[in-house]
Write a protein that binds this ligand. Structure first.
Ligand code: CMC
Length: 384
């Protein structure tokens, strides 16, 4: 029998480590001292990535060379390109979804990275930058393959956000679309000991390598209770739309919600383990997404109106608030992004937070190995 004195299901409320990277509180979300609203309004994704990976706000020169390094690392080794050529078949005809393809691509990238087995700080930083630069190319090529199109090469003149959209679609985004994508990546970049980051820290705590930790983190992020919620939230809105028809009839929306409550269903994009009065990131993305919807036309505005009805009913009747994944689903839909790529795009951002945590773990490591309360059978003999 174990003698662990306490047990919190899902580790709720447990402080499982220390970090200098991020602080998630009821009233604030801070990346290395900077409040999220400040970053969303004033910093580019590349600046936030530098802040998370290196530890401080970049000077103009540091930012310029960081951006140049990222641009130089965007193309993929031949073996990964060959694998991605098969991704359309794996997704369209076999059993894979884009998050699985991305997980495998990162794993293959590790085999071709000269720094793979080196956990030293400088090697880890090089690998972090490389993955940050390579992941949008993986997503772009994969989407091209799913659509049966030729691969679109990265465009060195475009920012991280604009290039991601460009490689997926083949057209350069408008400045407005680039801005919405950029802010969404800033909002998604880091969130302390969420499940995927904790996974990455556990793997790196064994002195596992950065690519391995990121591969595990991608698998953790895929789940609907975590990053997969941005796809699930959009799927849920599409289901409501299918059931109630094109008009945002409040009575029908309310009936749909009451049925979901009666069936004790979890509504995707709502609730949070830490934020019980609302996720600071959600209103920022909702505002930007709604503005994009207004620019795109009635169909998209109606989607946001439907989302707002769902949100109001949840808040009024359950006191449960949307998390960032709820407006993300509607926002990425408005931008024309295929739903199964929403969570891979989350990865294109969260790679920065994961890498920062992996480096922090390796810099001051102790194996993460908690105990568990045994509740199985009492001791017995095999031959009885
Ligand atoms: N829909 C309906 N009821 C909910 C929801 C929801 N989305 N979230 C929480 N509740 C209820 C839950 O049923 C429980 O009620 P009761 O006390 O009557 O049993 C109460 O609220 C407390 O919920 P919990 O399940 O104990 O909360 P948790 O901290 O274990 O779970 C969560 C947090 C995020 C997993 C959960 O809220 C959830 O499943 N949300 C839907 C999935 C989602 O949106 N995930 C994204 C998380 S945030 C961003 C990210 O990681 O990407």
């Amino acid at each position: 029998m174990t003698t662990a004195p306490t047990h919190a299901k899902g580790l709720e409320g447990v402080i499982a480590g220390e970090t200098e990277i991020c602080n998630v509180e009821q009233t604030s979300l801070i990346y290395r001292g900077y409040e999220i609203a400040d970053l969303a309004a004033n910093a580019s994704f590349e600046e936030v990535a530098y802040l998370l990976l290196v530890g401080n706000k970049p000077t103009a020169d540091e930012l310029a060379s960081f951006k140049a390094e990222l641009v130089a690392e965007r193309s993929l080794p031949g073996a990964v390109v060959e694998f991605l050529k098969t991704s359309g078949d794996l997704v369209n005809n076999q059993y894979a979804v884009p998050m699985d393809i991305l997980r495998t691509a990162v794993s293959i990238l590790s085999h071709l990275d000269a720094d793979c087995q080196d956990n030293a700080a400088d090697a880890n930083l090089r690998k972090s930058k490389r993955l940050l630069a390579q992941i949008p190319t993986v997503i772009g090529h994969m989407q091209n393959s799913i659509e049966g199109k030729e691969f679109i090469a990265p465009n060195a003149n475009l920012s991280h956000s604009a290039n991601l959209l460009y490689m997926m679609t083949g057209s350069e985004p408008t400045p407005e679309a680039e801005k919405v994508m950029d802010v969404s990546l800033v909002l998604y970049a880091e969130h302390d000991y969420n499940a995927s980051t904790f996974t990455a820290r556990v793997i790196s705590g064994t002195l596992g390598d950065l690519h391995g930790a990121v591969t595990g983190a991608i698998a953790a992020l895929k789940g609907k209770l975590h990053g997969g919620a941005n796809e699930a939230a959009m799927d849920m809105l599409a289901d409501i739309r299918k059931d109630i028809g094109p008009d945002n009839d409040l009575g029908k929306v309310t009936d749909w919600m009451h049925k979901a409550f009666a069936e004790k269903r979890k509504l995707m994009g709502f609730g949070h383990r830490v934020y019980k009065n609302g996720d600071h990131r959600a209103p920022i993305l909702h505002g930007l997404g709604r503005k994009a919807a207004e620019a795109r036309g009635e169909e998209f505005v109606k989607l946001f109106e439907l989302g707002e009805m769902v949100q109001k009913i949840m808040e009024d009747e359950k006191k449960i608030y949307p998390n960032v994944d709820f407006p993300c689903g509607m926002t990425y839909f408005t931008m024309g992004i295929p739903v199964p790529q929403y969570t891979p795009i989350f990865v294109a951002s969260r790679i920065t937070g994961w890498a920062a945590h992996i480096m922090e773990q390796h810099a001051n490591n102790r194996l993460i190995r908690p105990r568990v309360a045994y509740i199985g059978p009492a001791p017995r003999n095999w031959n009885d």
